[in-house]
Design a protein around this ligand. Structure first.
Ligand code: CU
Length: 162
């Protein structure tokens, strides 16, 4: 679909847009997706980050700069050794900018811009942060009483802000 067609879509109603999308048969999904145009208009960006033993899994590796809504989940089902009071029963989502030249997993990040703490299995927490273009680290810094350090176990991930 070329640019002229895309401009036409802006002036068309949703019914026409849908009909065109169907007519296109998925040949060019990119231009036929209206949500992209909405996002370019400055709407908030949101991202879901699942926390588990032992990983931090963002739904997207990149987000647009500005106000970003985070939803931190802890979906993992309890299993052997994972009940209340056991290592990994509670996680946390820390969002912090990486220092220049640093990589994730090196504990080289600045002051957190968001900290969603004490998220138990089946729970979720939400929060917003204003992110500038650059590289951020998403991490869990919980240390359980029996010396299980979640960060050292691998609970960190890179988030690139564009
Ligand atoms: Cu954790």
């Amino acid at each position: 679909m070329n640019k002229n067609t895309k401009l036409y879509l802006f002036g068309a109603g949703l019914a026409v847009l849908t009909a065109l999308a169907v007519a296109c048969g998925g040949d060019d999904d990119t231009d036929a997706t209206p949500t992209r145009s909405v996002a370019d208009g400055g709407s908030a960006t949101s991202i879901t980050v699942n926390l588990k033993n032992w990983a931090v899994e963002p739904s997207s590796a990149t987000v647009k700069a500005g106000t970003v809504s985070f939803r931190a989940t802890h979906e993992e089902e309890a299993h052997g050794g994972h009940g209340a009071g056991e290592a990994g029963a509670t996680h946390q989502l820390v969002v912090a900018r990486l220092q220049d030249g640093a990589d994730v997993g090196e504990t080289k990040f600045g002051a957190p811009v968001l900290n969603l703490a004490d998220i138990k299995v089946g729970e979720e927490k939400t929060g917003e942060a204003v992110l500038e273009p650059g590289r951020y680290e998403l991490s869990c810094l919980v240390v359980d009483g029996d010396d299980v350090n979640h960060y050292e176990e691998g609970m960190y991930a890179l988030l690139t802000v564009e």
